[in-house]
Design a protein around this ligand. Structure first.
Ligand code: SF4
Length: 355
């Protein structure tokens, strides 16, 4: 770290001491208390793909019901899933329980401190491992989320587009991370991105880094960070199969735990492949009807195009999944892609396509 970077870290920590967000899992800066690793882990898992505002009430209810990791490990699966309802992405809840049990049984109820050891636990990826290591244990771990990437791209005037620019932005963030108070620093830079260096109209006038910010000096805050345009992302294609039973129930299945939308419910689809044509490999033999149009969905690094087919099938057919009435779909945590597929099918069934 250069002297310049040391001064930037000091400025940011001084700003954090005055403006840290008040969050139920957080220990205020300069309070001499260490955060509870269980509470930091729980909040970070809940915050994956969910906003701070939505997570607060769930966090308070969970810590009220299960104040320690051993309490959560001993909880009934169904009870935890029921309390999780509404937060979505149920794979997270299942991994939450698995992780609580591994920590209780294999680690004596104490979360490990290093990123490497945390990464071996269920449901903990690189971001969450770095966040727990830094925030709960004050380790010098580099926590990269969308907020931090945006701040680094602007501060250092990085024009390479995301997501390809991620390693460059991480290296910049690493240069800035101090030895002193790295946990508070990690939270400070995330707070700066969430409250000051916002995606639109950043509040540069009150930013502790304004003096050294290259994007601010050049009037480029509105164009950074750059992103690879949607049309440049690789396209994967697949066919999805809407199977409806006589009683109106539709077959949904859970995607494999690893990979895109891992563990989430989908209308069964073939493998998502980078191919020019749509492969048609129906899971059962039936009178399949083609739907016009495509369902498109953007992920950070690729675009997915789904072609849809539908058929009435005998409920006794052999196919993986669960039969769910369309009216009950809202009781299941369906990801956005599945909701798009459902809307597309229902819109066309209402416009004359008959099964
Ligand atoms: Fe972001 Fe503006 Fe601060 Fe630069 S000066 S880091 S663009 S808020």
């Amino acid at each position: 770290m250069t002297a310049q970077h040391g001064a930037e870290a000091t400025d940011l920590l001084a700003w954090y001491d005055r403006h840290a967000r008040d969050l139920p899992w957080r220990v205020p800066p300069r309070s001499n208390a260490r955060p509870d690793p269980y509470r930091i882990w729980l909040s970070e898992v809940m915050l994956q793909q969910t906003t701070v505002a939505a997570v607060k009430a769930y966090f308070l209810r969970f810590t009220d019901l299960w104040p320690e990791v051993a309490d959560l490990a001993a909880a009934q699966d169904d009870r935890v899933m029921a309390e999780w309802a509404g937060l979505g992405y149920y794979a997270r809840a299942r991994n939450l329980l698995k992780c609580a049990r591994v920590v209780t049984q294999d680690h004596g109820g104490a979360f490990p401190q290093s990123e490497a050891a945390l990464l071996t636990l269920p449901g903990i990826g690189p971001y969450t491992a770095a966040a727990i290591s830094a925030i709960a244990f004050d380790q010098r771990a580099v926590v990269m989320d969308g907020n931090v990437e945006r701040v680094m791209a602007r501060l250092f005037d990085v024009h390479a587009p995301l997501p390809a620019a991620k390693p460059v932005l991480k290296a910049r963030a690493e240069d800035l991370t101090p030895q002193h108070r790295p946990g508070d620093y990690a939270q400070a830079v995330m707070d700066l991105g969430a409250t000051v260096c916002t995606p639109r109209s950043p509040k540069c006038g009150i930013c502790p880094w304004q003096e050294n910010c290259r994007a601010f000096a050049q009037g480029l805050t509105d164009v950074l960070p750059r992103r690879t345009s949607k049309s440049e992302r690789p396209v994967r294609r697949a066919t999805a199969y809407w199977m409806v039973r006589k009683d109106g129930a539709v077959l949904l299945r859970r995607r494999p735990e690893s990979g895109l939308l891992g563990g989430m419910m989908e209308v069964p689809s073939g493998p998502w492949e980078e191919i020019g044509e749509f492969r048609d490999t129906p899971p059962v033999t039936a009178d399949w009807v083609d739907f016009p149009g495509l369902v498109e969905h953007g992920f950070t690094h690729l675009r997915l195009e789904l072609k849809l087919k539908a058929a009435r099938v005998d409920g006794r057919v052999k196919a993986d999944g669960v039969w769910i009435a369309v009216a009950d779909f809202d009781n299941h945590a369906l990801p956005t892609l599945t909701r798009k597929v459902v809307r597309h099918v229902l819109a066309h069934l209402g416009r004359g396509i008959k099964l």
